[in-house]
Design a protein. Structure first.
Length: 363
């Protein structure tokens, strides 16, 4: 292997990463539910205890062997499935390895898992979108389509995708034209009927896009963020006036004694959560401010607000609430998906308006 050979990005990496993460999270939730329902049994006898992280390591080993030993997208998919399940099984026991007493129920363990998954998502997005794909990368990914053609596993959708990669490759490269001819000459097999996971994802996407495209959804999102802004401002006001400035003592409002604490008693996690919530509130305020000027800018500010909540605030929420925070996280993810659908529609409308204006100028 040449030392100067560059790393080439896989254009299918995001889909594999999605499968990896789904399998990892599913493994954690399945293990936790099983252990809770069975009273946390131990595998082994006497002084022996076979930790399930070992099974996770075994699954990850199998996935690595599959990537090394076999060629093709099918082996890559199974490696993502087994690797994700193995990683989830492995990291589920992180609490045992960051504490002196091997505490499986160590409170920050769920937050640690969440941070690891967030870092994986960020890393994959940086690999995908950090810089533009080169013509060489498009060509090399197209060459991988010949593997599927040789295996007689290239379906109609994959053939269109490979031809799309070749259209973005360097036409002067001596490989581009021959590869295009080979792909065109290949008789693809019919596109297989999608599996349960793909069908479920497509059905949800179509259903949610119809909902997110409605006027009522847009109004609901706006009302939601307005309420969130008022709650955030009220929360900051309580913290500032009644805790920081000691107004609870001046006004002697006894009802506040049950819901406020001294600022000095706040832990680092509490302060970090307050800071991140306030930062999220700033983006909500900007979104509300731009709402009548530019819906696109407003929706982008709302998007940043949700991203701050997901990437930062929920780290501290998971620390305090453990798996109970999953419901709130899921709600925020749905809001984020809805916002991105709305942003795409606003961008399409803006392009249509710009094209119409340019056409009228030329007319």
């Amino acid at each position: 292997m040449k030392g100067n050979a560059p790393f080439v990005r896989n254009l299918e990496a995001i889909s594999y990463a999605e499968v990896f993460l789904v399998c990892a999270v599913s493994a954690i939730l399945t293990i936790r539910l099983f252990l809770h329902m069975t009273g946390y049994p131990q595998i082994g006898g006497g002084a022996l205890h076979i930790a399930h992280m070992l099974w996770g390591g075994l699954l990850m080993l199998v996935s690595i062997v599959m990537l090394i030993a076999f060629i093709g997208r099918r082996s890559e998919l199974w490696a993502a499935i087994l690797g994700g399940a193995g990683f989830g099984t492995f990291i589920d026991e992180v609490g045992k390895f960051v504490t002196k007493d091997n505490d499986y129920f160590f409170e920050p363990s769920v937050a640690i898992m969440y941070m690891v998954f967030i870092l994986i998502v960020i890393a994959m997005q940086m690999i995908k979108s950090g810089w533009s794909f080169t013509k060489r990368e498009y060509l090399i990914n197209a060459l991988r389509g010949l593997e599927e053609a040789a295996l007689r596993d290239l379906d109609e959708d994959e053939k269109k995708k490979v031809l799309g990669y070749l259209a973005k490759s360097d036409p002067d490269n001596p490989l581009t034209a021959p590869v295009r001819e080979l792909v065109i000459a290949t008789v693809p097999r019919p596109t297989p009927f999608p599996g349960v996971y793909t069908r479920t994802k497509r059905a949800f996407r179509g259903f949610y896009e119809r909902i997110a495209g409605s006027r009522y959804f847009r109004i609901g999102i706006t009302v939601f963020f307005l309420l969130q802004l008022f709650v955030t401002l009220g929360y900051v006001a309580v913290i500032t006036l009644f805790i920081g400035l000691g107004m609870d003592r001046v006004l002697n409002i006894h009802a506040l004694e049950n819901i406020t604490i001294n600022l000095g008693d706040l832990t680092f996690i509490d302060k970090a959560q307050i800071f991140s919530s306030t930062l999220s509130g700033v983006f909500v305020f900007l979104g509300v401010y731009y709402l009548r000027k530019s819906r696109l800018v407003s929706f982008r500010m709302f998007e940043w607000s949700v991203l701050v909540s997901i990437l930062l605030t929920y780290v501290f929420i998971f620390y305090k609430e453990q798996f109970a925070a999953l419901a709130g996280l899921l709600f925020n993810v749905l809001i984020l998906i809805g916002l991105r659908i709305m942003i795409r529609r606003e961008q399409a409308d803006a392009l249509a308006r710009e094209a119409y204006i340019n056409w009228r100028r030329l007319d």
